[in-house]
Design a protein around this ligand. Sequence first.
Ligand code: HEM
Length: 565
Amino acid sequence: MEMEMPMPMPMPSSLSMISSGNVTSEISAVCSLQHVFRFVGMADMDPKRASDALVVLSAVVFVFLAVLQKYLNSGTTGEYSKPAYPPSPPRWPILGNLPSVVMNGGELHTALRLLGKKMGPIYTLWLGRSFPLVVVTGEEATQEALITQGTVFAARPMLISWQYISSGYKTTMTSPMGPHWQKLRKIISHDLLSPAKLASYKPVRDTEIERLINRFKCLAAENNGVVNPLLELRESAVDIIMRIGFGDDFAKLEGNNQNAKVKELDQNFRDIMDAGSIFQIALDSSSVIRTLLFPASRKCYNNIRTISANITDLVMPIILERKKQLKERPVSDANTFVDALINLKGEDKLTDMEIVWNVAELMVGGTDNTSHILEWILAEMVTHPEIQAKAYGEVRVAMGPNLERRLVQESELPKLPFVQAIVKESMRLHMMAVLAIPKIATQETKLRGYDIPKGTMVIFHAGALALDEDIWADPMEFRPERFINADRTPREMKCAYMPFGAGRRSCPGSSMGMLHLHLLLANLLYAFEWGPEAPGKPVDFTEKFRMVVTMKTRLRATITPRSHI
Ligand code: HEM
């Protein structure tokens, strides 16, 4: 294995953010054989001839790359001892494993999981000839890295694309380990998500849940009971998080052009999520690949810059207005996340741009995950009416005989272990942040006996662990009970079940995320019975990978309001 450059250039980007509608389609166009034909202009050829031509074309490209690699290697001395990386599948010259990863034809996370079964619990993918990406799919290896060597695997890669959506790596997710990152984590846990703060957002949650139920009722009445849950769930998640993040400033936008603005902002957040891809990581990490694929690469970066400018234009005015208000009338105790960020003084002070991107990160974290996870959960409820009935029964008992009470309260949640188990099981079977967010090794180390040089990017495949038959009995089955009669404690399961990641960079918003999921599910089950779009029509559970895993076909369900609603 040849090393082209000393080490992968540290790069920026949120695993969640990388490519444009156009670029994504252009890249995914290369993802199946049939698309390859179109990509190289052979779509109209007879398939046999096209296939032969593709073999010849591949051979030519292969030879070209081999020669180019030889030429590039001619400047290197080769006088260093090569690290013994974890094993890797066979590689192409220059492009490494990139062609096989991009052209696997299936969803990337599944390909990486299956590769783990073949290669073992830890393997290397070469994205380009000089950029090793280590993929971990085994529990022991994950435990060793994230817990035993927690400080070593706690840094983020500085992906080029991330710098545009983080004001130069100044957000919690993108920031390197150090005082800045610690400060941001502290603000999140003290000023945003402490138990007292979380409790103080209850009125916001109550209002938005009530609104959500009313919207579902109206939509169902207009459309013979059929609804598209994701759109409504997303709107609620965005409203909740905007009110928490901005407080009254957000409320003031209401009645004005709030709806349009929020929708535009949310669209940009979605674009950020859609932008995530392994291709972008490869672009970020290899100057050779960036040069070889210059047009696609330019489009990718232009796209990220456009999204970044849109988000800045939408969020910055609100921040500046709030700053003005706080200057005129300072508050001692920050009511909102934005106030907490603005109030930082001295060395801790953030620039306006840093505030914008930290707020944006919170919003993406708090909206995209919650709404898509709930869509998966409702899909399972539609598919398993008996499980839904059992959960509804539990909620009814917890609510008591007084059916005047329309909303399930947070105080009722401890009485709903089965509802909570449904949430956990859905998050296992449909692990959203399937590859978590990549880490890099902060120092040279060994993992399961293999060399991991300083700066190596490592992906922990939470989705592979969640479906590992050595950890879970019948892992492909939806069985909430497994979380009630669990053999192992949550602590023991830390690295086998990690929808929020594990170790130092694990999600600081997990308590809020779980609270919203439990509360929303309990209320949606209490208010409606969820059935298929048409009698007997099965739900399409096909997955779509966009650095998180969502439903490829939006769920449509028929809802019947319960008699007490
Ligand atoms: C159900 C909802 C959520 C899920 C499934 C989720 C999942 C995750 C995952 C898997 C990570 C990466 C962990 C790693 O790298 O090992 C992460 C990081 C993060 N999440 Fe969440 N998250 C959720 C909700 C939230 C909320 C509500 C917030 C903010 C209020 C939030 C803020 C963050 C931040 C700032 C990071 C980066 C942490 C760091 O790098 O230190 N998340 N989340």
